[in-house]
Design a protein around this ligand. Sequence first.
Ligand code: 8YV
Length: 333
Amino acid sequence: MTKQQSVWVSRPLFPEVLASLAQYVDVRVETKEAKRTQAQLRAKLADVDGAIVGLSDRVDASVVAGNRRLRAIANLGVGYNNLDLAALTAAGILATNTPDVLTQTVADYAWALLLAAARRVNSAERWLRAGRWRGGMRFDDWLGLDVHGKTLGILGMGRIGQAVARRASGFDMSVIYHNRSRLPEAAEREYRAVWVDKAELLQQADHLVLVLPYTAQSHHAIGAAELAQMKRSAVLVNIARGGIVDDVALAAALREGRLAAAGLDVFEGEPAVNPALRELENAVLSPHIASASADTRRAMAQLAADNLLAALGHGPRAGHPPSLLNPQVVGRH
Ligand code: 8YV
């Protein structure tokens, strides 16, 4: 049977997720993720009803201008700074993201980076693999920094920030956080978390995790001035978006010993990574994989597919995508 609607999937997904889409719509899948130009994206979206896109697909006004067919964009990720939500809403296009399903996995990874950077895990492994462990090691070699018992700072206290905070109690840490809005008292008690202003957060945190959305306001929220306020013994972890940190200032602080270490999963201009960061032994670097556990990536892909199908009027949630970002568009068609 020919299906009336078509969707574009910007990168390969799990076969069972693609099969669930194909029950209802024609599916065109790209064989690999790519950084496409606005003109290329515009062409890809020209004759489809919906699409699954990811962070590398910048869907802005120029991409959807004049497209009278496109009804829905499902983003593979909780952060959606790659979408111009105002432009999609103005064009009557439903937009969705993938919250909740990745919260715990991303919070786990923040801890992986914090512990790895503080305890120099990756650097020690590189040294061992290079065949340099030949005995005669000094008792004061490979000294790292403790994490347990310290003060954890969290910038951004949404779902993922709270999941990071919850884990801190297992490390006997106290938690301070900064966020536009304070948590309810019960939640602050549960996480043993105290709201502080941003300057206090920077100055008092023994280690700092960044988990805030990337917006015009959060661009370079951590730059030279902020790094200068942090403890020299601090570890900085970024699992949010590259643009939140000024990479050049961070590399300088790490190189000059003004900051002890960093764990970075995201980079300004990724997949390009500032060479100054790549050279630093005290930076743990990974290619934006905080949500990449098998269960979570599958759940994210399925949620994106469910969102898209619902937005196009199919399946049990027809008309009501589970994680809709612009509900004001519903019913406009
Ligand atoms: C990516 C993320 O979307 O959810 C987010 O906001 O940044 C990640 O989960 C994922 O890596 C796919 O690119």
